[in-house]
Write a new protein. Structure first.
Length: 562
């Protein structure tokens, strides 16, 4: 998977916003991978080609390409009328709703830069993200989410960050004084189209279009710049690998304003005139929509293996052609269950930093069952290195997955020190994932074999154990803390905290109150507490997390057997 280096060794990129080396840009464009249009222009071009096709269908209704194109032109003009300017970053904190897709394209058309945050993020995460990216606006759901008032939160964050000049809302609830309902913005269509085109003409297709966030494996998520040309190519390559056309009806249930959601659920189907069937993370309510709309393709994350791949598959099978499974090692029983219903099954591995590996439609079954397939692009470069070195390991040997290519980031935003260790000397990105190359019929497929860093993969959301431990230790009642993954049949892993108390052990409610007061996203909260007199140590006095993982696995196994 390695090709000859075309990146200048020792190149010194802009420390705040590292860019692709000019030689690489020329190579990607000469190969026809990168286009000359912005994301908004790409969508508008497709909308003109397929005006009457459904662009998105959700529980709230449907929009054709013509409807979505025209509505987002009008709203984009309204956003500019508020005083927002091209290049201004906007925090996105919205769910899987029809208005979220409208907001996404309207923002891009105004030349604004969406920052794709999660509904669960709180002050602990967003304060630092807002500062680092220079956010000037915050878009939130008008309705409270999980009993949390996002409008109130947005105004509280604005009070702490004067650069956040505007609070925008979507949804049916009444906006608070000072907030602006996005879908209430309007402008005359012809004038709006002319203004949008004027904005797009002034943008660089190789410039930053979107800020995605890392999985947070080293604490607060790092900011990932995604550029117009490479981001659209990422999506086009995904659609091409799966053989999509304007007739495809693609279901997406995991968070849509997230890298997998944007690439696989929004831009990929929209690159070919296909339809996004937008479900919600609670899978069961989405099944009737997918059945009624004749779903042909679905991405099933680990958290949906049981609800979709197991229980709902008989209902979906009459129209479903392909199921892409992602998020963890795929149980053979599940794979066989999908195939038994006549549905092609494959695997996906991807990251907000860019790199994707995906099964090919004609891959041997064993390759689709045991690996995540091959790199998405012919110009992706993959090396498997001995962790902590720049030495390649042989095929079949596990090492660190390191990648470089036409849609993998050249560096995080404003993270010069981290970028020094996150890349090899010749700018291969060190993913932190353990992988090996397995060969099937001459194809070099990737097996993902774990993580180097101590993270918990909670249904696809990465929880950094060290970050949670440091937060726990801020409570005066906790003397020592070690957080490990405990197995979970639905999400794959959850966080278990082994703790040593300074006095009486705290209750779970007290620990949850502590995290709530710190403003930490709920998916990071420990979900089980185990109190010990002291934490086990290795011979060199490090906390023995292997022993703790075995301990909690044994305890859970005993509970299940009982």
């Amino acid at each position: 998977m390695t090709s000859t280096s075309t990146f200048p060794v020792g190149a010194a990129p802009d420390e705040r916003l590292p860019g692709y080396p000019p030689e690489a840009v020329a190579r990607y464009r000469d190969a026809g991978l990168w286009g000359a249009l912005t994301l908004a222009e790409q969508f508008h071009t497709v909308a003109l080609q397929y005006p009457d096709n459904d662009a998105v269908v959700a529980a709230e209704g449907r929009l054709t390409y013509r409807d979505l194109d025209e509505r987002t032109d009008r709203i984009a003009a309204g956003l500019l009328g508020l005083g927002l300017r091209p290049g201004d970053p906007v925090l996105f904190q919205v769910g899987n709703r029809l208005h979220s897709i409208v907001a996404w394209y309207a923002t891009l058309k105004a030349g604004l830069v969406p920052i794709a945050t999660l509904l669960q993020h709180r002050r602990h995460e967003l304060s630092q993200i807002a500062d680092r990216a220079g956010a000037v606006a915050h878009l939130v759901e008008a309705e409270p989410d999980d009993r949390f008032d996002l409008q109130e939160f947005a105004f509280a964050l604005q009070a702490e960050h004067p650069t956040l000049r505007q609070v925008l809302v979507v949804g049916s609830a009444v906006p608070r004084p000072g907030a602006v309902r996005l879908t209430g913005l309007d402008a005359e269509l012809a004038e709006a189209r002319a203004l949008v085109q004027q904005v797009q003409d002034g943008l660089d297709p190789d410039g930053v279009a979107v800020y995605q966030l890392s999985g947070g494996t080293t604490g607060v998520p790092k900011v990932i710049p995604r550029r117009h040309a490479e981001y659209w190519y990422n999506a086009q390559a995904y659609a091409d690998r799966l053989g999509w056309s304007s007739e495809s009806r693609v279901a997406h249930l995991i968070p849509i304003i997230h890298n997998a959601g944007i690439v696989c659920g929004v831009h990929a189907p929209h690159s070919v005139g296909a339809t996004l069937l937008l479900g919600v993370p609670a899978a069961e309510p989405s099944v009737p929509l997918l059945v009624a709309e004749g779903v042909t393709d679905v991405l099933i994350g680990h958290g949906h293996f049981e609800a979709i791949a197991d229980r709902a598959l008989p209902e979906l099978a009459p129209t479903l052609k392909r199921a892409v499974l992602s998020g963890s090692k795929i149980p053979p029983r599940l794979f066989e269950h999908v195939e038994a219903h006549g549905v092609w099954a494959g695997q996906l591995f991807g990251m907000a930093e860019g790199f994707f590996a995906l099964s090919r439609l004609d891959d041997p079954r064993e390759a689709r069952l045991t690996t995540v397939g091959t790199a998405l692009s012919p110009l992706d470069e993959v090396r498997i290195l001995e962790p902590g070195t720049e030495d390649e390991v042989p095929d079949g040997v596990t090492g660190e997955l390191c990648v470089r290519g036409p849609y993998t980031l050249p560096g995080y935003l404003d993270a010069a020190e981290h970028n020094k260790v996150a890349f090899t000397y010749d700018r291969f990105y060190r993913t932190g994932d353990l992988a090996s190359v397995q060969i099937f019929d001459g194809r070099r497929c990737l097996s993902i074999d774990g993580r180097i860093k101590d993270v918990i993969n909670r249904g696809g959301e990465k929880v950094n154990a060290e970050e949670v431990e440091l937060l726990l230790l801020r409570h005066p009642g906790i003397a020592q803390a070690a957080v490990v993954a405990m197995p979970d049949p639905r999400l794959g892993e959850r966080a278990c905290a082994f703790l040593v108390a300074t006095g009486d052990p705290l209750t779970m409610a007290e620990v949850q109150r502590h995290f709530d007061e710190l403003g930490v996203a709920k998916f990071k909260w420990p979900e089980r507490l185990e109190w010990l007199a002291e934490l086990p140590r290795t011979q060199v006095r490090k906390i023995d997390k292997k022993q703790l993982r075995r301990l909690i696995a044994d305890r859970l196994s005993g509970i299940q057997e009982a």
